[in-house]
Design a protein around this ligand. Structure first.
Ligand SMILES: [Fe+2]
Length: 439
């Protein structure tokens, strides 16, 4: 998003100033605590952003699928803090390449498939092709997502997380999403830096807000992005906007069906989920006293605590609900986004990239490579009551080959040649993940 388009975005309704005031009133010593915390955070961001810029692509951890259960505590800590990981060789290269060829065949055979851009389709409104259904139910893909789910935990609770009613991090669920086969070329402006899975809800929904409790208390260092507590009941789609995920994905992810390297249209992330959460959540409570493009903005004394506006920076009204968070260099200057949005390292077919549900991510605007950059979007989804309720609704759309509940309405896939049936799922765990056999 460029500055010009940002300035034309509609303002937030005045009632959001009241939300800000009510949040402030609900935490004792809010102004004092947050002002101190803001100063500490800006100092830490100043250091970390320079380190991220220096390390570049090496800052994103990479592990082999076969080694997932042998990682050291230190390696796990790095993955958790950076919030993104490349997992290599989840499925054999040739299987992933075969899926890509089958998907290409599918869209060739079924000319009316909806895609973007319409004149040269590369991102497809398809959910139930055989390769997608097979990939989501592949035992290794499900095992990788179970491993990711288990990076979460329940804090302040003596018993194990399995004892929370209806929650089991070892049972993966499926969230059907789409795929892309991106051709080389410039100008994909669809995905500037953003966070999925909840916009203004991060502040407006009292359950979602609990995920950030320590940040609101001014103790951002104690914030744990992997605390399951608030996530289980957080409502991430209060306004029911299409494309707004209504479930809890512990990590979002995609499985590569081609080689994709930096500069080839790959994913970029801000690789410090603790700092980005702390900064984005606190940002609406502060106003800069200097130009946000100036060097002085890195000095905490050039910000002041302010509850007077309805702005929640990076959140914008859209389609009857809200979009964002979409941090920019102007709204969130201390993230130094121009320098700290790091592309993930080169992946091969069968590798996957996963990023924590709060991680700021974007897609490279230009694809300067020579081949397809092809991925299927497959997140990690644990069994929780809210997620299971979605899977039950999603199952019906699979059986009727309609689009899944969270996604834009449009033509069903039932009439297409090559749509998957129940028999195409590759494992019992995959059937369970789809709600087709009992959990
Ligand atoms: Fe996204």
């Amino acid at each position: 998003m460029n500055l010009a388009s940002e300035e034309k975005l509609p303002p937030m309704p005045p009632r959001f100033a009241d939300l800000k005031a009510s949040i402030a009133a609900s935490y004792p010593g809010f102004e004092q605590n947050l002002t101190r915390a803001w100063g500490e955070l800006l100092a830490e961001l100043d250091l970390k952003t320079k380190q991220i810029k220096y390390e570049g692509v090496n800052y994103i951890p990479q592990v082999k699928f076969a080694d997932l259960n042998d990682l050291s505590a230190e390696e796990l800590d790095i993955i958790k803090r950076r919030g993104a990981v490349v997992i290599k060789d989840i499925v054999p290269d040739e299987d992933a390449v075969k899926w890509k060829e089958e998907l290409k065949q599918f869209v060739k055979l079924n000319e009316s498939v909806e895609g973007t851009p319409p004149e040269d389709k590369q991102f497809f409104q398809l959910y139930w092709t055989k390769p997608q259904v097979q990939a989501r139910s592949h035992p290794n893909v499900l095992a990788a997502t179970v491993w990711l789910n288990n990076l979460y935990r329940v804090r302040n609770q003596s018993s194990s997380q399995e004892t929370i009613q209806g929650v089991d991090l070892n049972v993966p669920l499926t969230y059907a999403d789409r795929f892309r086969i991106r051709k080389p070329g410039p100008g994909w402006n669809f995905h500037p830096p953003h966070i999925d899975g909840g916009t203004i809800e991060r502040w407006e929904d009292p359950y979602f807000r609990r995920c950030f409790e320590e940040i609101f208390q001014g103790k951002w260092q104690d914030h744990d992005p992997y605390d399951l507590g608030g996530r289980l009941e957080a409502r991430s789609s209060l306004y029911g906007r299409p494309n707004q995920s209504s479930i809890f994905r512990s990590f979002q992810g995609w499985l590569a069906m081609s080689e994709t390297a930096p500069t080839e249209g790959t994913l970029k992330v801000f690789p410090d989920v603790l700092l980005s959460n702390a900064y984005i959540i606190m940002r609406p409570f502060f106003t800069p006293l200097v130009d946000t493009c100036s060097e002085e903005i890195f000095d905490p004394s050039n910000w002041k605590f302010d509850l007077s506006t309805p702005d929640f920076h990076g959140i914008y009204p859209r389609d009857g609900g809200y979009a964002g968070p979409r941090p920019t260099s102007k709204t969130h200057p201390n993230m130094r986004l121009e320098e700290t949005m790091i592309p993930v390292p080169k992946v091969n077919p069968g590798d996957a990239v996963f990023w924590h549900c709060d991680v700021v991510h974007s897609v490279e605007t230009d694809h300067l490579g020579k081949g397809d950059s092809a991925v299927m979007y497959i997140p990690a989804v644990p069994l929780t009551p809210q997620n299971l309720a979605y899977v039950e609704r999603q199952k019906e759309t699979f059986l009727s080959k309609e689009r899944p509940p969270d996604f834009p309405r449009g033509p069903a896939e039932a009439g297409f040649v090559g749509v998957a049936g129940v028999e195409d799922l590759l494992s019992d765990a995959g059937k369970r993940a789809m709600g087709l056999i009992s959990v």
